[in-house]
Design a protein around this ligand. Structure first.
Ligand code: SF4
Ligand code: SF4
Length: 377
């Protein structure tokens, strides 16, 4: 990966909005050798029909249409569905007027019925541990380019997100709800401050946003909180959508960004579409040097163009592969200086030792190293 200064400014680029809410086909990756199917090839399905169970995960249709069968793309198996564009459900769904009028049990029932725990690890943690959570933090810090998507989601759904945040804090008796904002995010600061009268229990905290300040552990440490759960605006958008509509989420907003792109793309897309289809829609021409990173260029979780958009993909960052050949350490001290956990990454990297438990895997020590010496080599 290319090295950059750690205090690199978030580049504000022109934003291009793209919509991919009615794809002709959707793709469900099959991970297990022996998935249990509940539909047959050529059968017609409604939205939310249970398609198959794979690795203890239930997969539901996010369109109405026809099951086309299995397809192998670059060595991976997918169940493919063709869209009839009617978005039909098998039965009408109830619609909740106000989430804050629901009881704890009603919210948990809706979340469980709609498999909300599968949407993100933080939502799963909330459902399983709400009784021990004392503080809930909505994280709106923008520490790297990919975090711009959380700001975008908040800009678009701010009233819904705040309604949900306030409702779950009150209904689940979480005494300390906090919104963490970048001290330079004037737009959201103004919006949240204007609404603070409506939500008097929510505390607003401003922070610097130098990476990795948005890491949950660093946020809770800064706020001096224990038993805290940090949620993103995307988590709250999922919770609101599920609870308010009593439906599974079938579409979402993602960011496509990267140093080599002149614009950022904000894509409103159906879930389970191929990343390659979205890249084509944005008219991005990838080169052999490009690598696609899921949600963060710094943590560098590489995804393939043949992967699909699922609820865990919030951003695709297109980075350059760079020179992956590590060279001799020059004792520049950058990895040491930038480690938020005051570990000496140099010693562990150079001696190929396992990193201590207090490492939060932010990958900063690899990202700043001018000699390409990576933590995971
Ligand atoms: S050792 Fe590296 S990955 Fe671990 S906390 Fe420090 S900078 Fe982050
Ligand atoms: S490992 Fe890399 S960042 Fe750390 S001191 Fe050596 S050259 Fe510098």
């Amino acid at each position: 990966m290319k090295n950059v200064e750690t205090n690199k400014k978030i580049i504000q680029k022109k934003q291009v909005k793209i919509y991919y809410l009615s794809p002709e086909y959707v793709y469900y990756p099959i991970y297990n050798n022996n998935p249990k199917f509940f539909v047959k090839s050529k059968s017609n399905v409604f939205k939310e029909t249970l398609l198959f169970e794979d690795n203890n995960t239930k997969n539901y249709s996010n369109i109405s249409g026809q099951v086309m069968g299995m397809k192998n793309i670059s060595g991976k198996n997918y169940l493919v569905l063709k869209n009839d564009f009617h978005e039909k459900y098998s039965a009408p769904k109830s619609f909740r007027r106000k989430v804050n009028k629901l009881t704890k049990k009603e919210i948990l029932d809706i979340l469980n019925e709609n498999d909300a725990a599968s949407y993100s690890s933080d939502i799963k943690y909330f459902i399983n541990n709400f009784e021990s959570i004392d503080s809930l933090i909505l994280n709106l810090l923008i520490c790297e380019d990919s975090d711009k998507i959380y700001s975008e989601v908040f800009n678009k759904y701010n009233s819904d997100i705040l309604e949900m945040f306030d409702a779950i804090s009150q209904i689940f008796e979480i005494s300390n709800p906090v919104i963490m904002l970048s001290d330079t995010d004037d737009k959201n600061i103004e919006f949240v401050t204007n609404l603070s009268g409506m939500y008097p229990d929510i505390r607003i905290v401003l922070s610097h946003d130098k990476y990795p300040a948005s890491h949950p552990l660093l946020i809770t440490r800064k706020l001096n909180l224990s038993n805290a759960l940090v949620l993103s605006s995307m988590d709250l958008y999922y919770l609101y959508s599920i609870v308010k509509r009593n439906k599974k989420v079938s579409e979402k907003m993602i960011l496509i960004s990267g140093d080599a792109l002149n614009s950022d793309f904000i894509v409103e897309t159906k879930l389970n579409v191929l990343i390659s289809d979205i890249i084509s829609l944005c008219k991005i021409k990838l080169t052999e040097d490009d690598v696609l990173c899921k949600n963060s260029a710094i943590r560098a979780e590489v995804v393939s163009i043949d992967d699909t958009i699922d609820t865990t993909v919030d951003a695709i960052i297109i980075a350059k592969k760079g020179n992956n050949n590590p060279k001799e350490c020059i004792n520049c001290g950058l990895c040491n200086k930038n480690c938020p956990q005051k570990i000496n990454p140099q010693m562990y990297k150079l001696n190929n030792l396992p990193f201590p438990g207090k490492c939060i895997n932010c990958n900063m020590c690899s990202y700043v190293c001018p000699r390409m010496i990576r933590k995971d080599i």
